[in-house]
Design a protein around this ligand. Sequence first.
Ligand SMILES: Cc1ncc(COP(=O)(O)O)c(C=O)c1O
Length: 368
Amino acid sequence: MNEKIYNIPLFKVHMPESVLKPLNEVLMSGFIGQGPKVEEFEKKIGDFIGNPNVLTVNSGTSAIQLAYRLAGVGIGDEVITTPMTNIATNVPIIAAGGKIKWADIDSETGSLSPDSVKKKISKKTKAIMAMQWGGYPPNMDEIHEIAQDFGIKVIEDAAQGFGAEYKNRKTGSYSDFTIFSFQAIKHITTGDGGALICRNREDYDRGKLLRWFGIDRDEKGRKDFRCEKDIKEWGYKFHMNDICATIGINQMKYIEGILRKTRANAKRFDNELEGVELLNYANDRKSAYWLYTIKVPDLDLFFSKMKEKGITVSQVHARNDKHTMFNEFQEKLPGVDKFVDGMVCIPVGWWLSDDDLNHIIRSINELS
Ligand SMILES: Cc1ncc(COP(=O)(O)O)c(C=O)c1O
């Protein structure tokens, strides 16, 4: 009998057909800009995470840029951050005229090490960027404690962590600022898009103005459609539109199912993989498992074996500190060195059938 040929992707666009009817309606409605669909999507996100202060934007990167601005990061200010992430976490620091202070990570989880963060605090520190590797929250109690002691803001880059939980609270409900991404291959997608979640209402109100040039779109008593009120502070053109929001509203119907299936897949890997090192996740939090990361003894062998078996694997992100654009910010980061050595991500998402899961587990275990 011929062996079955597999082609298992690491990521897949989640786009149910049920989006087509509402999308068609909004496309033909005569109004496709930022309108009622954006508000409806924000309400759904707010209900899901347990925080109404939701500002949707046109990408996760825009949400990060807005968060740094609201956190007060300006020229010469420092942000403590991880290099083990998408460059979108860190490029906006440079765009704001800020300086990067790399903190080390916990090599057993890939997440920011609070001990390292503490050592990097200076008078110029304005914010701590707590990125969620694959959707796994770092130790937020310790990070918040440090931030409180030094009077600085905490931003969580949860682009990969929509649906993650920390001590039974959904990510988005416990930090000064949290950002999500809804780009093509995230748990839910709006094509491109993102959201900035603010802990307090004042930041939300200011963020709402800054995501649209600083113009108050809610201004009462306008003579016509023009926003005429004085603009006090310049902002960006970062808002979401009703087309993306319509896709997002529809996607929200599926998020619980996506998380349930993804976590069940991860559990099977936890229980059944052999000959590889698993990450050491704390049981007071729930990863959203956008990534399932393992450490393997021989990366080249692993890559060639997975290719032969039709399973796409990847390290997903290159450590940011090695890019020329970040040359001036160099630090010793033994946790990062250890984490990247043999680290690889395997498919874990909602699209895996039982047969795919069995094939992945069998193929990895054959190497042990
Ligand atoms: C950790 C992280 N931060 C930020 C982003 C940027 O999000 P976007 O692509 O929506 O701008 C991404 C992903 O794409 C990401 O994975």
